[in-house]
Structure formats: structure tokens, C-alpha cells
Design a protein around this ligand. Structure first.
Ligand SMILES: NC(=O)c1ccc[n+]([C@@H]2O[C@H](COP(=O)([O-])OP(=O)(O)OC[C@H]3O[C@@H](n4cnc5c(N)ncnc54)[C@H](OP(=O)(O)O)[C@@H]3O)[C@@H](O)[C@H]2O)c1
Length: 248
């Protein structure tokens, strides 16, 4: 079996460094290019022989870089934050026109993906829900994209199940959190934290608490490899880890 040839854009960053090391030591994968700021990756992309490129640069650049990679014949896995649902759909359209594919993955953690699934499944059964998310103090945005996506999936599942939307908070004090998709989200930023999410669902006389803690980038490993494998054969660009894990 020939190894899957992978390029990493943003290779000197935290996620890129981890991904390069992971690909280098994983059987069935070959790291053929490490590009970062200053690399002439646009000129080198075709000749690199890479089949899939992992985009891991700065929030806001992911969609534009992914389009440029597709135009050069590479399949894509976009890990960079901030790719919108509309941008993912545009990537999907263009990839299909080109006969290519890939995945936009806002969070590579399998545990986080499972937490979202469990929270969505539980959502129709409880009157209210709140999310408490915590990250290291260097994370500037709040609430996290992952927590907002959890809230979106919970409210979508309630709608699908025919349940009313979660009851709105009874007051709008800042301390009650920022409401997204009907779910108040509370963001904690502290040294010592890495990435954490608790979903609390409350009903008559009971609370269900779902909790996920990440302590380091190793948690991204299985998701990155599954996403690369998926991108190598996908037609079109899907969003989230689901398609990669369900078919892995
Ligand atoms: N999907 C996930 O599970 C996941 C997990 C972790 C992080 N992320 C996201 O992934 C992105 C990278 O995170 P990180 O912590 O690795 O950030 P980082 O440490 O700042 O690394 C980003 C790297 O990309 C380089 N870069 C920036 N603009 C570039 C460009 N135009 N062309 C080529 N290289 C460029 C940076 O160079 P300079 O330092 O010179 O700017 C840096 O080496 C962020 O958006 C982050 O939120 C996603």
C-alpha cells in the first residue's frame, strides 16, 4: 500500500509542528512538504507530490488557502479556526467541480466530537442547558467555536425532535453567560487550562452533566489522521470530524 503523501501549511506553528511529527511517525503516511510563512508553497504545491494538504495557519486564512490548494490539485484538511459554514459550502462546490475533496475540521478531538453528539442526543429531553467552557489564557476569542457549535447542534436536535426551543434565560446579566442558539455559554480563560467543556442539562429534579477535558495536542492525533485519510478519497468538502470517523 502506498503511503498517503501529506503537506502541512503552517508547519512551524503549534498545531502544524504536532501534525508534522504525527504524520512522520504514522505508518501509511508520508510527510512530503512543510510550508510556513515565507515558503513559496503556491509555486511548490503541484511539484511536491502531496495528495492532501493540512491547513494550520491563522484564523481567517483557512478558506482562502484551501481554495488555492484545491486549484493546484491538492485535497484539503482545514484545521484553522474561523472557516464559516458558507465558506465550507463554497469549498465543497469548487472541490466537486474539480473532482477533489476534503474536510473542514474546527476541532480534531474525538472526545469533543463525541461530547457534541451526546449533548445533541440529550438536548430534547431537558428543559434547559448551559455550557461552561475553559481554555488557556492565550485564547482571545470567547465563547469558543467548539462551544458555539455544541449549542448549535443541541438546538438543531431539539428542533428536529419537535421539542420547543430551550427557555430563554430569565435575566440578561453578563454573569448569565452569552446566549448562543438558546444556550448560555460561560467562558473561563486561565493559565493551567488547555481546552475543557461541560454541558449541563437540567430537567425536573435532575441534572445531566457531560464533561470533556483536553490536556494536550495528543488529543488531536487520531482525528487528524482520520481526516487526512478521509480527504484522500472524498468527493466534495464536508464539515466536522463525523464523516471521517463514521467511515474510518
Ligand atoms: N481544528 C483543531 O482541532 C485545532 C486545534 C488547534 C488549533 N487550531 C487552529 O489552528 C490554527 C493554528 O493554530 P496554532 O496554535 O498552531 O497557531 P500558531 O502556533 O500561531 O501557528 C500558525 C503558523 O502558521 C504560520 N502562518 C501564518 N500565516 C501564514 C501564511 N499566510 N502562510 C504560511 N504560514 C502562515 C504562522 O507563522 P507566523 O508565526 O510567522 O505568523 C505559524 O507558524 C489556529 O486557527 C487555531 O485556532 C485548530
Amino acid at each position: 500500500m502506498t503511503a498517503l503523501r501529506v503537506a502541512v501549511l503552517g508547519a512551524r506553528g503549534r498545531l502544524g509542528t504536532f501534525a508534522c511529527e504525527l504524520v512522520r511517525r504514522s505508518p501509511g503516511f508520508e510527510l512530503v512538504a512543510e510550508w510556513d510563512r515565507g515558503s513559496d508553497w503556491r509555486a511548490l504545491a503541484r511539484a511536491s507530490g502531496a495528495v492532501v494538504a493540512l491547513e494550520a495557519t491563522h484564523a481567517g486564512l483557512g478558506a482562502a488557502h484551501a481554495h488555492e490548494l484545491l486549484e493546484r490539485g491538492l485535497r484539503i484538511v482545514v484545521g484553522t479556526s474561523g472557516v464559516t459554514v458558507e465558506e465550507s459550502a463554497a469549498l465543497d462546490r469548487r472541490a466537486r467541480e474539480l473532482g477533489l475533496g476534503g474536510l473542514v475540521v474546527p476541532n480534531f478531538s474525538v472526545g469533543s466530537w463525541l461530547l457534541q453528539r451526546f449533548a445533541a442526543e440529550a438536548a430534547p429531553w431537558f428543559a434547559g442547558a448551559e455550557i461552561v467552557e475553559g481554555h488557556h489564557e492565550r485564547k482571545l476569542d470567547a465563547p469558543s467555536g467548539t462551544a458555539a457549535e455544541t449549542a448549535r447542534r443541541m438546538s438543531a436536535e431539539r428542533a428536529r425532535a419537535g421539542s420547543d426551543a430551550f427557555a430563554p434565560p430569565t435575566s440578561h446579566h453578563a454573569a448569565r453567560g452569552e446566549v448562543q442558539h438558546g444556550v448560555p455559554i460561560h467562558s473561563v480563560r486561565l493559565p493551567g487550562l488547555y481546552a475543557h467543556q461541560d454541558v449541563l442539562l437540567g430537567g425536573g429534579g435532575e441534572v445531566l452533566r457531560l464533561s470533556h477535558d483536553m490536556h494536550g495536542p495528543e488529543a488531536f492525533g487520531p482525528g487528524i489522521l482520520a481526516a487526512l485519510r478521509h480527504a484522500a478519497r472524498a468527493q466534495g468538502v464536508a464539515r466536522g470530524l463525523g464523516p471521517a470517523l463514521e467511515r474510518a
